[in-house]
Design a protein around this ligand. Structure first.
Ligand SMILES: Nc1ncnc2c1ncn2[C@@H]1O[C@H](COP(=O)(O)OP(=O)(O)OP(=O)(O)O)[C@@H](O)[C@H]1O
Length: 315
């Protein structure tokens, strides 16, 4: 079952192709949509909401065709826009109640849902103060609350960590995780920062120049490239133990490279551990560390970009 499905989705503006034959299926859970600025993330969200027509291709949200079912999709989906769009003179409560009413909730349940949602996003104490006096983090929480207030099945969050300091980012990401774990709401969250979504997301979709680069579970993403980090001592016989071990690993048929004092060995299969241990023992070196290291997503892309000679700002 997929919550979002696109097929050859293309969006051409007069001077740029923002989405280029994008075909992707997104399952329930938390999905990170990652891409550099201008990759096409916001364009995709607007098409999914039925607010902007695709030039070619098709897309379905919760099984509904975006070309014909926009209003129904928007009743089932919450949207947190990227830019600050909050009225400064009203309180969070007034604004979120208003948005709940816009979504069709009757007055009493709009007020109840608003109180619950603001409590959930951690804005309960400040809920009667005008939004104009809020910090960036508080404004982001109001935007999240209005996306959740009508109890959607799916929320589309466009760069919710933008402008936040590291602590604010972590809090927002934890909150996003809870949107799914506490309420079972699926989440599509965008970011231009590859690293920040890997702890939050079940799946990662990476787009670049409107094209799909990769879509897979976060676990597959990082595990497929697992490596063994090995650190060894120097000895009188081998004053550069790292170099001696690297040569021995290569001679034993392993793929390895040095990163300072660390040797990073590709894990071909279970026997890699024994081969490393035996090679180190044969040289008479001490083994300081041998541990499996999952690559961070950012590293995978850095090496991919280095290979391609690219210098994009997704990091
Ligand atoms: N209404 C528009 N008219 C013309 N070009 C547009 C329009 N909206 C977006 N674009 C262009 O389409 C491309 C993709 O933009 P989009 O906003 O979808 O990217 P993004 O990944 O969301 O990046 P950002 O995080 O910077 O918003 C960009 O080159 C952008 O300039």
């Amino acid at each position: 079952m997929t919550v979002i499905e696109t097929e050859s989705l293309t969006k051409r503006y007069p001077r740029v192709t923002a989405l280029d034959r994008l075909s992707v299926g997104i399952e329930p859970g938390v999905t990170g949509l990652v891409g550099a600025n201008g990759a096409g993330k916001s364009t995709l969200i607007k098409i999914l909401l039925g607010l902007s027509p695709a030039t070619e291709g098709t897309a379905a949200v919760l099984g509904l065709d975006v070309a014909t079912e926009g209003p129904r999709i928007r009743s089932l989906v919450g949207y947190m826009p990227e830019h600050d769009c909050l009225p400064p003179d009203v309180s969070a409560t007034e604004f979120v109640v208003h948005m709940a009413r816009m979504s069709g909730l009757p007055p009493t349940s709009a007020r109840e849902r608003t109180a619950d949602t603001l409590r959930h996003v951690g804005l309960y104490e400040e809920r009667y103060r005008p939004i104009g006096g809020y910090s960036t983090g508080m404004k982001q929480r109001v935007k999240l609350a209005q996306a959740l207030v009508h109890d959607p099945k799916l929320v589309l969050l466009d760069e919710p960590t933008n402008g936040l300091d590291p602590v604010g980012r972590d809090e927002m990401l934890a909150l996003i995780r809870r949107v799914h774990s506490d309420f079972g709401i699926s989440v599509l969250v965008t970011s231009h920062l590859l690293g920040e979504l890997e702890r939050t997301s079940d799946q990662i979709v990476v787009i670049d120049g409107g094209k799909l680069l990769r879509a897979s579970s976060t676990r597959d993403f990082t595990q497929a490239t697992a490596s063994l980090a090995v650190e060894v001592t120097d000895t009188d016989d081998h004053p550069d133990g790292t170099r001696a071990a690297l040569e021995a690993f290569t001679a034993a048929g392993l793929t390895a490279h040095a990163d300072g004092h660390l040797l990073l060995v590709d894990i071909a299969d279970e026997s890699t551990y024994d081969t490393v241990r035996d090679a180190v023992a044969a040289l008479g070196l001490g083994l300081i560390r041998m541990e499996q290291r999952r690559h961070r997503i950012a590293e995978i892309f850095k090496s991919k970009q280095d290979q391609e000679g690219g210098s994009r700002d997704a990091a």
